[in-house]
Design a protein around this ligand. Structure first.
Ligand code: ATP
Length: 233
């Protein structure tokens, strides 16, 4: 469904991706792992077209994404939950939720406000609250709901549970597990390895702008040396 081949990206003259290659099958949950500054966010933003790839290929459902403006990438069925959530502070919860709603692919049974509230009942009580008055957990649930309202085929989350209390984190993982059960493909960045290993099929360890290791949760669990080398913070 998603295939990156030898993707490079730069910020000005400084190179951030050095031949990033990975692939994700439809219905799979995959993670990008690795220490800070290794290129996970840049990879996600390059897939979304927010950062321009300077070389290589990114194919989604057979279509080339490199060179495509970011709004046209979203229309192909990629939904982003960005780092820092980026909720519109001066819009209400409901306005945030419907602001970017769409069904460009004409998927049957599209996401609705009611379905998002079934996934996150916490949001149903906060309909009229301004974005900046929501708690971190509510903002993240809203950011996920907002991405789902674009009816993506692939949901990409950057720092899925960063800064959230353990109970809220659990709610996010439960929701992602539920969405996954409905067949959604997911690419996720997060620091909670134990949680990621429960939900993900495949992991990609990013080191200095490229994938240094990939494998299943069972393979990662069995390889203490890899975890120690790349993932101890
Ligand atoms: P983190 O978890 O800290 O977000 P990351 O693995 O997502 O880390 P990136 O944010 O993708 O890493 O950063 C990769 C490299 O690109 C780093 O060296 C970083 O300093 C650099 N970088 C990221 N964003 C910018 C930017 N806007 N301008 C210049 N350099 C940047």
């Amino acid at each position: 469904m998603l295939e990156l081949k030898d993707v490079t990206a730069h910020y000005g003259t400084s190179q951030a991706l050095f031949g990033m290659s990975l692939s994700l099958q439809a219905g799979e949950v995959a993670t990008l792992l690795g220490r800070n500054g290794m290129g996970k966010t840049t990879t996600i933003n390059t897939i979304m077209g927010i950062v321009r790839a300077s070389g290589g290929s990114i194919r989604f459902d057979g279509q080339e994404l490199v060179g495509r403006p970011s709004f046209r990438t979203a229309n192909l069925g990629l939904g982003l939950v960005p780092e820092g959530r980026q909720i519109f502070p001066n819009l209400t919860m409901m306005e945030n939720l419907v602001a970017t709603a769409s069904n460009h692919l004409g998927l049957p049974d599209p996401w609705t406000v009611e379905k998002v509230f079934a996934l996150f009942p916490e949001l149903a009580t906060r309909i009229g609250s301004m974005g900046n008055l929501l708690s971190g957990g509510e903002q993240q649930m809203l950011a996920i709901g907002r991405a789902l309202m674009t009816n993506p085929r692939l949901l990409i989350l950057d720092e899925a549970t960063e800064g959230l209390a353990p109970l809220v984190r659990r709610r996010i993982w439960e929701a992602l597990t539920q969405i996954r059960g409905q067949g959604m493909s997911i690419l996720v960045v997060d620091k909670n390895l134990a949680d990621l290993m429960k939900i993900a099929d495949r992991h990609f360890i990013v080191q200095r702008g490229q994938v240094e290791w990939s494998g299943t949760s069972a393979e990662l669990a069995a390889d203490e040396a890899v975890r120690r080398r790349y993932l101890e913070f």
